[in-house]
Design a protein around this ligand. Sequence first.
Ligand code: 5AD
Ligand code: SF4
Length: 462
Amino acid sequence: MSKSVFIKTYGCQMNVYDSQRIGDVLAADGYTAVDGPDGADLVVLNTCHIREKAAEKVYSEVGRLKALKDARRAEGRTMIIAIAGCVGQAEGPEMMRRAPAIDLVLGPQTYHRLPALLARVEAAHAEGKPGRVLDTDFPADDKFDHLPGEATAPGPSAFLTVQEGCDKFCTFCVVPYTRGAEMSRPVAAVLAEAGRLAGLGAREITLLGQNVNAYHGARADGGSADLGELIHRVAEIDGIERIRYTTSHPRDMTASLIAAHRDVPQLMPYLHLPVQAGSDRILKAMNRSHSADDYRRIVDDLRAARPDIALSGDFIVGFPGETEADFEATLALVRDVTYAQAYSFKYSPRPGTPASVLADQVDEAEKSRRLAALQTLLDSQQQAFNDATVGRRFDVLIERPGRRPGQILGRSPYNQAVHVTLDDQTMSSYHALIGTVFPVTIEAGGPNSLSGRIAAPQWTAA
Ligand code: 5AD
Ligand code: SF4
């Protein structure tokens, strides 16, 4: 009888990708995916450790799962609870202590070993033992060489991890400790996976990495390719109409990558380029290795290469020692750059990171005040960006049915969600539109999405 697994994902797009691959590993091991924990034989929480609340959410979820697990045990059945991802990596032993309901903890680099780890847990359970297993190695063998093929269709927009880990050691960040050292997958492996994804129906591929633009993958000729070159190669694959990449570090925005924004039509005019702060003093304390003006210059170069490029960023307020003047410098940078989207956070001290032990921690109320002020500015820029698209017509990749009847949902070149209203006749055959790129006229812009209509009245479903 096939076993069932529920996988819940927290955090970034890399975790979304990892969860899909965990699903592939488990499918090859006889598991069927289900979309809730009720009745599941195995629950995998693929966790995120980037900020405090992320880990706390995991502990609450384990509490809820324990109730289900106990109820199943009363019926003579088992439920295995596995913690994967970065909380597992960073806090494995503590998690085991704090939550006895957890059977298995593994990290982002060991999920290809899941079948063997699960077999150890099951063998112990069969003998009536607790059988708790921890595997948070950074193995010398590369997990990508041990993963089975994709078990399910990725949908029109797919993620593809090309780079992992980080050697930058920003002083606030846990990633170098949880994901390990920077590594790039070979060009051939990336192209093979992109080709398979295209064959399974993907039209857009987002190349992923914690430091994706540090990519330097081995080429068959013994050399190495940077991200600009990789993008050119992915663009040659039949069926791939759109390419994106995330997340980038300003220091690795090379001339070749910036030129790709000019030269590769499939590369979408949108870039997530975190700056974190606008004060050079704070950027230095963060070990970011660039100044605010370096960042402004990169943005100028990007806009020279691709004038309509939309920018997104990450910001941290209340880094230790941040004064009002430092914070003002962040607001000034935001005003100069103008963002189409952004993510902003209160600084959260992460165990084991250099910034967490700095003396000058900013108090919580002040962090909240700065965050609110920054978000007001960023929200107004996002609204203005969305409003400016009203009346324009651009290509939208249609991804799935919308939430409201008569609507389908897609994405603009600038990464905005677009709700497309269809007439009754078109709606009856909307399936034909999913996975196609269609011209849409934008009629309204909300804070987080646009709405519009297909700009081809002659269109009829084949
Ligand atoms: N506190 C607050 N925000 C953080 N980020 C990373 N570490 C921390 C931290 N300790 C934010 C950064 C990063 C994004 C993924 O999360 O802005 O770019
Ligand atoms: Fe973290 Fe900095 Fe590396 Fe990004 S570049 S993953 S913020 S250490």
